[in-house]
Ligand binder design. Structure first.
Ligand code: NDP
Ligand code: PYR
Ligand code: MG
Length: 536
């Protein structure tokens, strides 16, 4: 890295320390007179940052302030984020990032990440070559077609890769220079966006079919050529494309789909942990899903592996999993069953959602619909009637799209529910008891998986890695966390979580013969040594 001087040094977000430069450094780098007198160490700078965040009048203003800080002083941003993760994460990630995506074209300040459009066909390698760094290890890519539960946001969806990359750096210590957010801006079918005069994306309807597929093929090939060490995380693609790309590239490129596989691992971990509260055996559970998209489909596929690992055969495992869609219970011989869900369409009578719960008596209910309020009072009360401790995981983001709020879940179940949600909820006081619902979000998984894959240079990312990640995450939850109803560890422990998952991923890669580097015996020390610390 070229050491800068003077104003150029102050203006470089990766190298600046701003007011923290010492007198000697001010002399050495030609900074005298360019800074106020006081030397503010990082603690003082953080205090100023927190004060500034808290004085903003809305979460979106806080987001804008934080993104501007990131553009100004990378280390201060990440130090503040790591040390105050519970306060900052909901601002740079869900739920605020949903609002930031909707407003993307209006709050845009400085370009971040790489944009690829259909006009770049044949030139994607050239575009990747324009990126200022060469040792890229983590790429988060979206085409903006299914942003959280908000639908097609076109190029505005770039807020998601930017947010996920911030999590890779803060939660797993990937070096910022090794990360690249990518927007495959293939148009948008959201007419109101295209008609917005400030819209920044490719203002045409989405390309599709072979034309679309070949652009994604070109992107994946170009990444493999230019950044051979990169892991590609597919994010917020529409379900058919998400599954298609996982099938197409999963066995030949270092990639995974976060909504399918990361979500599966975090949900499985929550279910494993819930068994410590309910005292039920995991292998005895019956699980019901509302929604048949990429998240629910992915969870079911990993659950099958988990049940098989617990001693069931594949058919028995599939028999434990039930789906409900807009038409009611998904059963054999019913019309409109998606190919990925067919294995879970059992021979059974037709039922609506509520009757399906009464009849099948699931221990666990998982929502991945993107639609607010789909876990109604009737549904939660029914789950509480058939279970002493019903497990309800409302995955949909952002908060405005959650299947059920924490307060409703606790109230309607008389405080007996074990609840987790995709976006965070504040603690709920019900009578004498305080409940601290945990956040069931793939943010617990993908940073650690990425760190692990990088640490051992795994050629591919496998399902067994996600199974191991789920087990590692469940095992790390403390009794104290469980005592307030949380099925995930406190976010304050996120770096420990990511590191533990990374070690587990390395072990799987070793056992599957996928590592491309020699690993030391002491994997723990090795993985920890790789984690970036944003210190001056
Ligand atoms: N917490 C986390 O870590 C994660 C959360 N998510 C969230 O989960 C949600 C879904 O994501 P994803 O699965 O990728 O999206 P998809 O669009 O692939 O799936 C949504 C599914 O919900 C179904 N659905 C919509 N409304 C209803 C309804 N009223 N009743 C029954 N089914 C319904 C859709 O049916 P149809 O096919 O008929 O339209 C579709 O099958 C999003 O809000 C996303 O933010 C996703 C990944 C991770
Ligand atoms: C968390 C996430 O990946 C989603 O909501 O899509
Ligand atoms: Mg996602």
């Amino acid at each position: 890295m070229k050491i800068l001087r003077g104003k150029a040094l102050l203006d470089d977000p990766a190298q600046t320390k701003s007011t923290a430069f010492t007198r000697d450094e001010r002399d050495k780098y030609g900074l005298r007179g360019l800074l106020p007198y006081d030397i503010a160490d990082v603690e003082k700078q953080k205090e100023r940052v927190l004060g500034n965040i808290r004085r903003q009048s809305s979460d979106i203003e806080k987001y804008i302030f934080l993104i501007t800080l990131l553009e100004r002083n990378q280390r201060l941003f990440y130090r503040t984020m790591i040390d105050h993760i519970e306060e900052i994460m909901p601002l740079v990630y869900t739920p605020t990032v949903g609002e930031a995506c909707k407003e993307f074209a209006h709050i845009f300040r400085k370009p971040q990440g790489l944009y690829i459009t259909p006009e770049d066909r044949g030139d994607i390698k050239l575009l990747l070559g324009n990126w200022p760094e060469t040792d890229i290890r983590i790429i988060v890519v979206t085409d903006g077609e299914r942003i959280l539960g908000l639908g097609d946001l076109g190029a505005n969806g770039m807020g998601i890769p930017i947010g996920k990359i911030a999590l890779y750096i803060a939660c797993a210590g990937i070096h910022p220079a090794q990360c690249m957010p990518v927007m495959l801006d293939v148009g948008t079918n959201n007419v109101s966006l295209r008609e917005d005069p400030l819209y920044l994306g490719y203002p045409f309807p989405r390309i599709n079919g072979v034309v679309y597929q070949s652009l994604v093929d070109e992107f994946v090939k170009a990444v493999q050529l230019l950044f051979p060490n990169a892991l590609i995380q597919f994010e917020d693609f529409l379900a058919p494309n998400a599954f298609e790309f996982l099938d197409r590239y999963g066995k030949q490129a270092r990639c995974f789909n976060d909504d399918i596989q990361g979500t599966a691992a975090v949900t499985l971990a929550g279910v494993y942990t819930s068994c410590r509260i309910t005292r039920k055996k995991f292998s005895d559970l019956t699980i019901m899903f509302l929604g048949t998209g990429s998240a629910a489909g992915g969870i079911a596929e990993l659950m099958v592996d988990a049940f098989c690992a617990a001693g069931l055969n594949k058919k028995e495992a599939q028999a434990r999993l039930w789906f409900v869609d807009r038409k009611g219970l998904v059963v054999a011989n019913r019309e409109g069953i998606k190919p990925r869900i067919e294995a879970f369409a059992h021979k059974y009578g037709r039922h609506n959602f509520l009757d399906a719960i009464s009849s099948i008596k699931p221990d666990v209910l998982i929502g991945a619909t993107g639609v607010a309020g789909t876990f109604t009072e009737d549904i939660v009360r029914k789950m509480a009637e058939i279970n002493e401790h019903p497990v309800i995981i409302a995955l949909s983001n952002p908060t405005s799209h959650t299947e059920c709020t924490a307060i409703d879940a606790y109230t309607w179940s008389d405080g007996r529910v074990i609840f987790a949600s995709g976006s965070p909820f504040k603690a709920v006081q019900l009578g004498e008891k305080l409940f601290k619902p945990a956040q069931g979000n793939n943010a617990y998984i993908f940073p650690g998986v990425g760190l692990g894959v990088q640490a051992c240079a795994a050629r591919l990312v496998t399902q067994s890695m996600f199974l191991a990640a789920a087990e590692a995450l469940a095992n790390i939850v403390s009794e104290e966390e469980i005592s307030v109803g949380a099925v995930y560890p406190s976010l304050k422990r996120i770096r420990e979580v990511s590191y533990t998952i990374a070690v587990a991923v390395c072990r799987v890669a070793l056992s599957e013969g996928l590592t491309e580097v020699d690993l030391p015996d002491d994997l723990e020390t090795y993985v920890e040594s790789l984690m970036y610390q944003p210190d001056y």
